[in-house]
Design a protein around this ligand. Structure first.
Ligand SMILES: Cc1ncc(COP(=O)(O)O)c(C=O)c1O
Length: 451
């Protein structure tokens, strides 16, 4: 961090800050005292420098450069400090930011609503509620489904991640730490996510008769069929980067429809072009009733949207939050969408994603502990096992790989589920970056195995 930025902090009243305090240990200790929460292990990651970054290069306060394959958990569509984005942001610096979205109308919000409605599958008439987070995007859809259907029960999967607040948490099932001790906000009938690598019915994907879909039908027959909606991640992200087969997603959709309920695709992580389609559920040939998006929609700013069929809510003011889709954020989101279109990023993401899969697939051949590599587009997961025959989950090894990747190989990477690592890089990643990332990852695995 340069002197100017240190001076800014000092001018804000923190006169104890100086170049000498720019160490990871100093700031991790101070953060641990002040912040109630971190979702990742402070022993593994450095403290990030908020003043530096370039595309897929991220820096800690000591100046160490990392190759980032997380995209900020699928948030930074165009990476860090993307010049065209910064230029557009500068061009709208005089726009009034402080016009909270849902109380009064402003043009950018309306245009963004029209735009995101067109991006989501289906030609049915849709309406949009903007939010400031993914969980709230999910909850907006849930509340709409309940409001319109008069039903209160949802179908969700195991594993699944839909956020950590109220109703969204009720759907989540990816780590007991998120849920234990908190009451269930809404009734959920839970069925296994279509997880072919560990099919609970012992079937092979090519020949299977999708018993996971039959399990949903059976659950509804015996547990109650008064469901408002089935909520599904088109690719299970946080729960282990699991790609369901299209026939299973279609089957879940069809059973949901048999019971007269809505089908909702939670696109918070997988959506916004990451998989080569605007919505990842399009890869499965399903047109959902509801879609939740967030993360990449704001390109780094807090922005989410619940999109559902008209009328969405039975009357005005049935749902709202003060902040969301302020004019500046809406214009930025509109720019991001247009830039993705103009720059052919959907195609690029599909191509670069296929290349990433191919390169990571080489590690599956090379290492006995790499049990499975799966993904669509720039959303790829690697599952670690003790060996390919037993498929026993290699949880500690996964931790060592993450630690090695970050600390030794300077590859900024994130885990998913109990024994997986996920790659959700920004859309500006190049094939050369992918080669570099996979080589670093390979060395991190080798290092973890020899430890
Ligand atoms: C599929 C999915 N839904 C919802 C959420 C919650 O988003 P947020 O953390 O913005 O509330 C996430 C976050 O990772 C997610 O991956």
């Amino acid at each position: 961090m340069d002197e100017r930025h240190i001076q800014i902090l000092r001018d804000l009243g923190f006169t104890d800050i100086s170049p000498k305090t720019m160490t990871n240990d100093y700031w991790k200790k101070r953060a641990a005292e002040a912040l109630a929460i971190t979702t990742q292990d402070r022993d593994v990651y450095g403290c990030l420098d908020h003043t530096r970054g370039d595309g897929v290069r991220i820096y800690d306060v000591e100046g160490t450069e990392y190759l980032d394959v997380t995209g900020g958990v699928a948030v930074r569509a165009f990476g860090l400090r993307y010049k065209p984005f910064l230029a557009f942001e500068a061009s709208i610096a005089d726009v009034v930011t402080e016009l909270p979205g849902q109380d009064f109308d402003a043009i950018p919000q309306t245009l963004l609503a029209e735009r995101v409605a067109r991006l989501t599958p289906g030609t049915h008439r849709k309406r949009v509620v903007f939010t400031t987070s993914g969980a709230r995007a999910v909850e907006g859809c849930m509340k709409s489904a309940m409001d319109v259907s008069g039903k209160r029960r949802f179908v969700a999967f195991r594993p699944a991640f839909h956020g950590r607040t109220g109703y969204a948490l009720a759907l989540t099932a990816s780590n007991s730490r998120h849920k234990s001790g908190f009451p269930q906000g809404v009734d959920v009938t839970r069925v296994p996510y279509p997880y072919c690598y560990r099919c609970p019915y012992g079937q092979q994907v090519e020949s299977c008769n999708i018993q996971c879909v039959e399990a949903l039908r059976y659950a509804l027959q015996v547990e109650g069929d008064d469901i408002a909606a089935t909520v599904m991640e088109p690719i299970c992200g946080e729960g282990g980067l699991i790609v369901p087969p299209a026939k299973a997603v279609k089957g879940m959709y069809e059973v949901t429809k048999e019971f007269g309920a809505y089908f909702m695709s939670d696109e918070v992580q997988a959506g916004m072009g990451r998989t080569g389609k605007w919505c990842a559920v399009e890869n499965h040939g399903v047109i959902p009733d509801f879609v939740s998006i967030a993360k990449a929609l704001g390109g780094g700013y807090p922005m989410g949207a619940s999109i559902g069929p008209v009328p969405m809510f039975t009357s005005a003011s049935r749902h709202s939050e003060t902040f969301s889709a302020e004019p500046k954020l809406s214009l930025l989101a509109l720019w991001l969408i247009k830039h993705m279109e103009d720059g052919g990023f959907l195609k690029k993401n599909a191509e670069n994603g296929a290349y990433l899969m191919k390169r990571l697939g080489e590690l599956e051949d090379k290492h006995e502990v790499v049990g499975d590599v799966r993904g669509i587009g720039l959303m790829v997961g690697v599952e670690f096992v003790k060996n390919k025959t037993s498929k026993e989950k290699a949880r500690e090894l996964r931790e060592r790989v993450v630690e090695n990747a970050v600390q030794k190989q300077k590859l900024w990477i994130l885990s998913a589920g109990q024994n997986c690592i996920r790659f959700t890089p920004s859309y500006v990643i190049t094939k050369a970056d992918i080669d570099d990332a996979v080589d670093r990852f390979d060395r991190a695995i080798a290092g973890a195995l020899s430890a």
